[in-house]
Design a protein around this ligand. Sequence first.
Ligand SMILES: Cc1cc2nc3c(=O)[nH]c(=O)nc-3n(C[C@H](O)[C@H](O)[C@H](O)COP(=O)(O)OP(=O)(O)OC[C@H]3O[C@@H](n4cnc5c(N)ncnc54)[C@H](O)[C@@H]3O)c2cc1C
Length: 495
Amino acid sequence: MGEKSIAVVGAGIAGLAAGCYARMNGFAARVYEAGGKPGGLCTAWRRGDYLFDGCVHRLMGCRPPHVFNRVWRELGAFGERPVIDHEIFRTFVDETGRAVCFYANAERLREHLCALSPADRAEASALCGAIVKMTRFDFGFDARNLASSMAFGARMLTLAPVFQEYGNLTLGELGARFQDPLVGEAVAGVLGDPDIPAIALATTLSGMHAKTTGFPAGGSLALARSIEKRLLGLGGTVEYGARVTRILAEGGRARGVELEDGRREEADAVISAADGRTTIFDLLEGRYAPEKVKRYYGDLPIFRPLVQVSLGVNMDLAEEPHSVKYGLKEPIDIAGEKRSVFGYAHYSFDPSFAPAGKSVIACLFPSDFAYWESLASQGTGEYDREKDGILRTVIAELDKRLPGLASKVEESDVATPLTFHRYTGNRQGSPEGWRLSKKTIGFMMTGMETSFRGLKNFRMAGHWVKPGGGLPPAAVSGREAVAALCRRGFRTTTL
Ligand SMILES: Cc1cc2nc3c(=O)[nH]c(=O)nc-3n(C[C@H](O)[C@H](O)[C@H](O)COP(=O)(O)OP(=O)(O)OC[C@H]3O[C@@H](n4cnc5c(N)ncnc54)[C@H](O)[C@@H]3O)c2cc1C
């Protein structure tokens, strides 16, 4: 009898990971991807000499002993490329030049915040203490393994007070506890959304503190291509330009996939690592997910979509802080919303992005899908005019901060929520699936339903089953989907 096979929908990080683990466990693995390259949201695109990156700013598990590092090593995610550490995660500046620096090192951050605002010593010390404690958090990875689950449970008990304190508090609420207005504003805005639970900041900085979260040199597409290479090396296949329109089922079992061109590809099991809503309501025709799961797609908050402005500039920004935010005296209008805080990041710490002496800059603005959908539906060039207007506004604003920039822009690009949606199928172009909130934080530990009664040999993977989203949960979800389909022991190999 030949190998059993798994058909995987989507070659984002979750789908590529699922394909790799399927091969490691002796399944024939065929990944079907609607787009033209690996990675899904984890992507980048060239404009002239510049590489514009659409995803990774920081990656958890870049180094051991973080539990996710094992997954990245199993997937061969970094190749020979190094991991780059930032001394400062993000810098907040006011109009006088006074700056709040979110140092990666928790002790340095504590000293800095206390020096900036002695009245906030207690709040700053508590936050930095939580950052150090959160280095013990490992997301319940390998929860199917009893010993690992018990160890996770024990660690979680020790972290319960941190979750109690910062899991139920938003960043906006945490910011309001600080007496110094700039520090408060910086804390509230550091992750770009004041409604995110403050535990997300402690988690992010804990990885940077432990040097297990960093920037994978080469960026997003290099990461995706390495995992694709690992998949092909293991004997799996990826077919691009292959949109799945239906998951085939017979006798209560998933039997394969149907493609847009009418082909029916049989398989012994199917993993869908595509957009969650598409999987449940379109590919499975709404037939298997219980009402409770379907309601998630009406009730739960998603990460707000983004407008991303990318610039290639003939300027060397290597000496500038790599990620900066600052308040604006006069708010500016971007995508129909007044913005009183402006931020940018550059990539001059990694030579893969621009030729020597030149730099790539990216600015992100949360923006509603409906706003862009309405512009595009007018069909009168409104959509393109809005993109051009945003580009001009952003360049003018950056020129005030980095004098001379306006005349040195060599390449530019504006991606909208519609762009993210068009390239990846994610609902409303959401960058990370479900937003962490009081409604979803519980799922961060448990994940969401990945299989449904009445449909054997089927699993869902990807950030829509891991609220909070991100690359490591996506990769882990692909691993878990294969583990769940393995009748006997689950095997992994590391490069
Ligand atoms: C601007 C930005 C910054 C980010 N920064 C970070 C960061 O710093 N760190 C981090 O960890 N995460 C970050 N993320 C989040 C991260 O990119 C995502 O959470 C992760 O890539 C999701 O992976 P996925 O495989 O679940 O889904 P996706 O990447 O969405 O992949 C799904 C794939 O399925 C394909 N597909 C969809 N429908 C079909 C179909 N019917 N048939 C065939 N194929 C189909 C799509 O084309 C796509 O390739 C960022 C995201 C964005 C947008």
